[in-house]
Design a protein around this ligand. Structure first.
Ligand code: ZN
Length: 412
């Protein structure tokens, strides 16, 4: 049963349809490619919308000396929009402002925000400016309905999710700009994600010795040595797929060699060959143990072949996050809202990617990924050409969010 106040909130969103669409189109047109990290225009669009909707705006620009210490050149401008009430509970709604560069293969202008057959096209339409628009208008609907909330809602327009989130969500949490009791992080309209994989990126280099290619026995062939390393890693890749993870949607860990580089010249024995790999770590694994296991594989190889000289370097270790318990108020509220708005049972699953949610989880804050996106995530074409979001999914996501927030933080 939909209550009177719920139907009021839903009507407000229905009447805001054009505003939601136009806000998303302005967001898409405001380029926020990362790299390099362009934030001046997009942060302005977000600030203006927050102000228009009566949010309290808080701009948190990262000092340039910190930005530069990360090897970055451009301004990092986080924008937070608050609605404050009396109680203590704070819910953070966490999308991000940046998008990956457009890449090739577009049939439309990636920053044109064109509407074709009820789909809005453009880089960031789905990942995740659509969720940003949905969070903003779900929050605004509660305010416009005159609902007294028992706590605070904050929409966190943060930077750099696409490059790790260190000066965005992590910075805001570490510096105390956000104290949240729960977080809703970018996601789709038709499922709830309550856990994410972690990730280890490593660079592995085999060191050899150059020689004339006509007498290869005088050198140490780093490519041939790398072949041995890769064979071992591919065996490992097959083996870890047999390790089961009980979280649906994650199922098992994965590893893939993603980059390779090496060689001096056609007629020179190669003295240095480098690969990089991506190892996804499930919430049921221990990241330190995973790292150690891989290093041991390399160490053991060197014991077997005395000519093998392997160097390794950890490039990233992102910890897995969740699972947020199935009986948490967040999941209950979203599932109830899904029944009321969509007349369907939202499935709760884990996801294989990693995102800003891990920074909330590290602080002990439960999270779910939920937002605006299609039923089949592939239809969004996130990070690919012709990225898009369906208007219906955008509006539906906004409605589900508003009803869930009302349930979580509205009058009791
Ligand atoms: Zn995203």
């Amino acid at each position: 049963m939909i209550s009177e106040v719920e139907s009021k909130v839903l009507d407000i969103i229905e009447n805001s349809r054009d505003d939601i669409i136009e806000f998303l189109r302005r967001l898409i047109r405001a380029r926020s490619d990362n790299p390099p990290g362009l934030y001046e225009e997009v942060s302005r669009v977000v600030m203006d919308e927050f102000e228009k909707l009566g949010f309290e705006v808080e701009v948190v620009e990262v000092p340039m000396e910190i930005v530069k210490s990360y090897g970055l050149e451009t301004r990092r401008i986080n924008v937070l929009g608050w609605i404050r009430g009396d109680g203590k509970t704070t819910i953070a709604l966490q999308p991000h402002l940046d998008v990956v560069p457009p890449g090739e293969g577009w049939k439309v202008d990636p920053f044109g925000a064109e509407i074709i057959d009820d789909w809005i096209y453009g880089r960031g339409a789905a990942d995740c400016k659509g969720s940003l628009a949905a969070y903003t208008y779900a929050t605004a609907a509660l305010r416009e309905a005159g609902i007294k909330i028992n706590g605070n809602l904050v929409v966190v327009g943060s930077v750099d999710e696409e490059t790790g989130g260190f000066l965005g969500a992590k910075y805001l949490l570490d510096k105390g700009y956000i104290h949240a009791d729960m977080a809703i992080v970018e996601g789709g309209t038709y499922s709830i994600r309550h856990a994410t994989n972690g990730c280890l990126w490593m660079k592995v280099t085999s060191i050899g010795k150059t020689a004339h290619a006509s007498s290869p026995e005088n050198g140490i062939d780093a490519i041939r040595k790398m072949h041995l390393i890769m064979t071992t890693l591919y065996e490992y890749q097959n083996n870890i797929r047999k390790r089961k993870c009980s979280i649906e949607g994650i199922d098992h860990p994965t590893m893939v060699i993603t980059m390779i580089k090496g060689g001096v010249k056609e007629n020179v024995v190669c003295d240095k060959c480098e690969i990089r790999f991506d190892r996804r770590i499930t919430p049921e694994e221990n990241p330190e143990e995973v790292e150690e296991e891989l290093i041991n594989l390399l160490k053991n190889l060197m014991k077997v072949d005395s000519e093998l000289n392997i160097k390794w370097e950890k490039l990233l270790l992102a910890k897995p996050a969740g699972p947020t318990p199935m009986n948490s108020p967040l999941i209950t509220a979203l599932k109830n809202a899904g029944r009321k708005v969509l007349n369907e049972e939202l499935p709760v699953k884990g996801m294989t990617g990693f995102a800003d949610s891990r920074f909330y989880w590290e602080k002990g804050i439960p999270f779910v990924h939920y937002g605006a996106g299609p039923r089949d995530p592939k239809d969004a074409r996130a990070h690919g050409p012709n990225e898009r979001i369906k208007i219906e999914d955008l509006i539906n996501g906004t409605k589900v969010l508003a009803i869930a927030l009302l349930n979580l933080i509205g009058p009791k």
